[in-house]
Design a protein around this ligand. Sequence first.
Ligand SMILES: C[S@@+](CC[C@H](N)C(=O)[O-])C[C@H]1O[C@@H](n2cnc3c(N)ncnc32)[C@H](O)[C@@H]1O
Length: 352
Amino acid sequence: MAIDDSKLQAFMGNFVRDLGAVMHAATIVVGDQLGLYKVLAEGPPMSAETLAQRTDTDSRYVREWLAAQAASGYVEYDATSDRFSLSPEQAFALAEEGSPAFVPGAFQIASAQFKAIPKMVRAFRTGLGLGWHEHDTALFHGTERFFRPGYAANLVSSWLPALDGIDARLQRGARVADVGCGHGASTLIMAKAYPASRFSGFDYHAPSIDVARASAEREGLADRVTFDVAPAKSFPGRDYDLVAVFDCLHDMGDPVGAAAHVRQSLRDDGCWMIVEPFAHDRLQDNLNPVGRVFYSASTMICTPASRAQEVGACLGAQAGEARVREVVERGGFRQFRRAAETPFNLVYEARP
Ligand SMILES: C[S@@+](CC[C@H](N)C(=O)[O-])C[C@H]1O[C@@H](n2cnc3c(N)ncnc32)[C@H](O)[C@@H]1O
């Protein structure tokens, strides 16, 4: 087979960049856990020894870690003074928990994917699923930390107002269910913004519900925000004004069954908000950097999570609007539209 040398060089160039990113990922998780980025962000520019002293860590390891960060563009290095610092942008993305650009949670998710390799090798052979609950806890915490900034930036300011009449109803006082709520980041953001409304978060994963409850207590919202373990096909309550599902419909084994249950839990004039990863309908249109992230997560997390549940629909994280519409309509909804979008999310509005 003839090898085109320039195509091979281009491929190897991509490979070196990718390998650097993958190898660097583990150092991001370590630095995040030890608070290295946060202390570095406090400044002023510091030596490896100072950072080690201030974080109670080993200075030789910290020096090597700083070199890895500088080589990746995650830290600035001044060779004259041999000091390291974070630019305002690096600090915003790496040290400011909850900033709209905060990224370390994403690498926790990546670390959980690596831990799932032996299970997924078996799953590919057997065709069996791998439930959300069967992953390392890094997945649950990473998901909360990575998704929350996007919700904080968009949910109250643009997604909810894009739904017909919902913002006004929430301001007056409405009943809301957040299904597949995980650690409840979206639930708590909505609850803070709409003090007259009551919120019920549901997830089948009990440890996530424990974390969500603790957050509601800590944030003083437990009087009108509850969290309970319940699957999407049987969560309790009726006459909700709004049911929301954030980045989880495609993880469900029976999304049509979930849609049918959401339909009968809503008031006749209620609204179902469906937030899903951004995707086009056709594979060839998703072959881009964002699609790459989602297809990879979908292979290791989302598709096997769905396969692990009854029906095992396996929508995948790049289901796209046409397939989501089909699920929603088969669940008994008559109206469906795309209400908003960001580079990472599509927001749909469904009505009975
Ligand atoms: C990617 S996480 C999203 C969590 C949360 N909505 C967020 O955006 O941070 C998917 C969530 O769906 C939940 N889930 C999956 N299948 C479910 C089902 N059938 N019923 C209820 N929750 C489910 C998982 O436990 C997990 O918390």
